[in-house]
Design a binder for this molecule. Structure first.
Ligand code: MG
Length: 396
């Protein structure tokens, strides 16, 4: 049944105070009673979380950072809203009964709660790509075992999901994810080498959190998305491609064996794929911008440059090699982006660190397939610690 005011869809929103969370609550507010939020969770923004919980009359709010508990409790006092803190509290929120879990926690912190929802057979609108990069095989196995449906909320995967139109993946010859090319698309290698965090954070088309924005500048984000698509659609790495498309109007393309190509198009606004997931398989009108191709006049495309953007090639190598390498790539890249944003390493030192971590994992026999989500997360933490030690050694 289509969600309506008489039959509101109950949503658990993980990552409520982030960029996707913000767009989701905006859509839910505009839909005026068609959706209900049964639980919210966030990282450490107690005030922001309390504001959302109060505004939407949410019965339960969980905050990952235990130090933020008192602030959350105070901000909710007198509201009757229950609250809790810590990683287990976020998993508890993810596990509450609902019609759909919006998994929008940024980064690998989002893996455990997302996979808890999958293990309960929930419908999960997935914006947390790390669940499928860090723990892809184990997470997909968990979803299949418990009949959990994953709706892709990432714009490229959402476009491909729609362009597929229910066709069997075996009919697909190529799946193409587009990339805007980020702020350094036209920069020389020397210019990119000297790029500052502020320059990397100035994305031309999308407004996103800092981690994914830096990943977009290095094209690592597109590499992570290839790995995500590989698991999500069960498509082999050789059939996945990247196309640079600076206008970000076509988000994904599916080429079929008979030469037909379907494309998923929309204005670059995250509210569009979010709205598609929230109301799926129905479609509800929203106030999002509508596409005007005559006003745009032209769309352009170019091949990605692996020399200036080596991070994309590293992710492709990790995807092709498979097993534990995507887990290692993701962990090393997280440390690398944190160090770059803190001004401790240069732009290309990020891909150097990722390559070193991948080589070290192969040498030490750590590149084996994690058998469970917990094991993938354990590998993630070991790799993170090794990368942090490596960087500390270099700077001491
Ligand atoms: Mg994306």
């Amino acid at each position: 049944m289509s969600p309506s005011r008489d039959n509101p869809r109950k949503i658990v929103l993980l990552g409520a105070t982030g960029s996707i969370g913000h767009s989701t609550t905006r859509l839910i507010a505009e839909a005026d009673g068609i959706y209900e939020i049964s639980a919210v969770a966030s990282g450490s923004d107690a005030e922001g979380l309390a504001r959302i919980a109060r505004k939407f009359n949410v019965p339960f709010a969980a905050i990952a950072d235990v130090k933020a508990y008192t602030a959350l409790k105070n901000a909710l006092s007198g509201s009757g809203i229950e609250c809790a803190a810590g990683a287990e509290a976020v998993v508890e929120a993810a596990s509450l009964p609902c019609d759909m879990v919006v998994a929008a926690i940024a980064g690998t912190h989002g893996v455990a709660p997302t996979c808890a929802a999958l293990g309960l057979g929930r419908t999960v609108a997935l914006a947390n790509k790390e669940s499928l990069v860090c723990a892809g095989t184990a997470a997909m196995r968990l979803a299949a075992k418990h009949n959990a449906r994953i709706l892709p909320m990432d714009s490229e995967h959402n476009a491909i999901f729609q362009a597929l139109g229910g066709e069997h993946p075996s009919h697909v010859e190529v799946m193409t994810l587009t990339a805007s090319g980020g702020p350094f698309r036209l920069w020389t290698q020397d210019q990119i080498a000297a790029a500052t965090p502020a320059e990397a954070l100035a994305h031309p088309n999308w407004l996103m959190g800092p981690k994914v924005t830096v990943d977009s500048a290095s094209l690592m984000n597109k590499g992570l998305e290839l790995i995500e698509a590989h698991h999500l659609f069960g498509i082999s790495p050789e059939k996945l491609a990247v196309l640079v498309h600076p206008q970000s109007i076509i988000h994904g393309l599916v080429s079929f064996a008979d030469g037909s190509v379907t494309a998923g198009m929309a204005c670059p606004d995250m509210r569009i794929p979010i709205a598609h997931c929230l109301s799926w398989p129905h479609r509800l009108p929203t106030a999002s911008p509508k596409l005007d191709l005559a006003a745009l006049a032209s769309l352009t495309f170019e091949a990605p440059d692996m020399t200036r953007f080596p991070a994309l090639q590293l992710a492709i190598d990790a995807m092709r090699e498979g097993k534990g390498l995507p887990t290692v790539l993701n962990a090393a890249n997280e440390v690398a982006v944190e160090a770059f944003l803190a001004g401790r390493i240069g732009f290309y030192a990020m891909s150097t660190l990722v390559l070193e971590a991948m080589n070290a994992a192969v040498r030490s026999g750590m590149a084996v397939e994690p058998v469970s989500v917990d094991e993938a997360l354990a590998v993630h933490h070991v790799v993170r610690d090794r990368c942090l030690a490596l960087l500390a050694g270099r700077h001491s």
